[in-house]
Design a protein around this ligand. Structure first.
Ligand SMILES: [Zn+2]
Length: 414
């Protein structure tokens, strides 16, 4: 089945309205409809698991094979330098992952390609392939060096998350600083001058700024500093599930033309799931303790004077074991029936539509590791599309499914 027909089928009730006119506006009338997830982690798996994600992968998490079969034709792959927290190792790890992404895309050039622009993405999607934008989560260079930024842009990096998941870096506070390292989340009270210089350079180059995991102050200052729309690639709305973007940030983000990609993890989307968690702190803490701390990994050993590669070899070996251990995590039986449904996921979308409009919401599931999510697997994208069709018009579904992502990428350079 052609991907256009496949996608139209996915749209269910909306398909009847999928005439050339309904697809109009920003996309050429003849182009294939886009189904885009703006937050996946595939390249990290290729690097650490040596996995071929175009095969049926019997593991947990996200893969190209099932996502493509479910109609997805564009993603942002978020390269995570997790564990490589060091002024030398972070950019090195980012480069390893960018090289992995480019090499993997070249090997599977019949099925995918790296998108360096919206025009690239449109061409790949129209040819029936998966377009992959490269993004960075949790650090590209914790020093925030502008020359390193420029070099990574040349290698294909097109969106960068400012805040890490572990602590403040040299330019931004992280909302997760306390969770991961017991640091003050308000070290800079937002972003500092180095952060503002980075924003200006990202605007100049055309790198989309992702505010996810920033503190409330960092969110507001990034939106204020950027001349281009900024995004929260994978987040929720505090007003809906008690965690995520405040209404104030959502409105500021939308006023700048930005968007929020709605997360899929049960622990942030699910109201019933979160209520159970709040009522059972001991069980939740025990389950969290059993989960290896991949994001916050630090080597327990030091680099010896005169080291010639032994240190990084051991570092890589140890980190890979922790990465692989994440797939062993098991959901608590009591929580299994409370994992949110596609309709509960769509409540988040509906809230954004009603608060700031359908131009400011998209998909950013962050389906990673073994954690519970909606949908449960990459085969479940049609469930989200069906839920979207129950809450809004076919024209809005088309924006939320991908055209909003394309618009903000197209506006990133100012
Ligand atoms: Zn994240």
């Amino acid at each position: 089945m052609s991907s256009r027909r496949h996608f139209l089928k996915l749209l269910g009730a909306g398909a009847a309205a999928a005439s050339t006119k309904a697809w109009g506006q920003t996309a050429p009338a003849t182009s294939v409809p886009v189904l885009m997830d703006g937050h996946v982690h595939a390249v990290n798996r290729v690097y650490w698991e040596k996995a071929d994600l175009w095969q049926e992968v019997p593991a947990v998490g996200w893969d190209f094979a099932r996502a493509r079969a479910a109609g997805v034709n564009c993603v942002i792959d978020n390269l995570g330098t997790y564990g490589y927290w060091n002024y030398n190792y972070t950019p090195k790890q980012a480069m390893r992952l960018i090289e992995t992404a480019n090499r993997y895309a070249e090997k599977h050039a019949d099925k995918m390609g790296i998108a360096r622009s919206v025009a690239d993405a449109r061409r790949l999607v129209d040819s029936g392939r998966m377009a992959v934008f490269l993004g960075s989560e949790s650090g590209w260079d914790h020093e925030g060096d502008l020359d390193v930024l420029g070099a990574l842009y040349r290698l294909g990096l097109r969106t960068i998350q400012f805040a890490t998941q572990t602590g403040f870096n040299a330019f931004s506070d992280s909302a997760l600083a306390m969770t991961q390292g017991g640091q003050d989340p308000d070290h800079f009270h937002g972003i500092n001058d180095r952060g503002r210089a980075l924003v200006a350079e990202m605007n100049r180059l055309g790198i989309l700024i992702d505010i996810t995991h920033g503190t409330e102050s960092a969110h507001k200052q990034l939106i204020e500093a950027s001349k281009a729309p900024v995004v929260a690639s994978h987040d929720t709305l505090r007003a809906v599930s008690g965690v995520g973007l405040s209404d104030e940030v959502l409105k500021a983000l939308a006023a700048k033309g930005g968007l929020v990609g709605i997360h899929g993890a049960a622990a942030v989307v699910g109201r019933r799931y979160r209520k159970w968690m709040a009522e059972h702190p001991a069980e939740v803490a025990a389950a969290a303790k059993a989960q290896p701390n991949m994001v916050g990994y630090r080597p327990s050993f030091a680099r010896a004077p005169g080291d010639h590669g032994e240190y990084i070899e051991r570092y890589d070996r140890e980190f890979r074991e922790i990465w692989l251990a994440r797939a062993q995590w098991k959901e608590l039986p009591e929580l299994e029936p409370l994992v949110p449904t596609a309709d509960e996921w769509a409540e988040q979308v509906d809230y954004v539509i009603k608060t700031v409009g359908a131009d400011h919401v998209a998909i950013g599931l962050d389906m990673a590791g073994a954690r519970s999510s909606v949908p449960k697997s990459p085969s479940g994208y049609p469930d989200l599309m069906a839920a979207l069709n129950r809450i809004t018009t076919p024209a809005n579904v088309r924006k939320i499914a991908g055209e909003n992502w394309f618009r903000v990428f197209g506006q990133a350079k100012v």
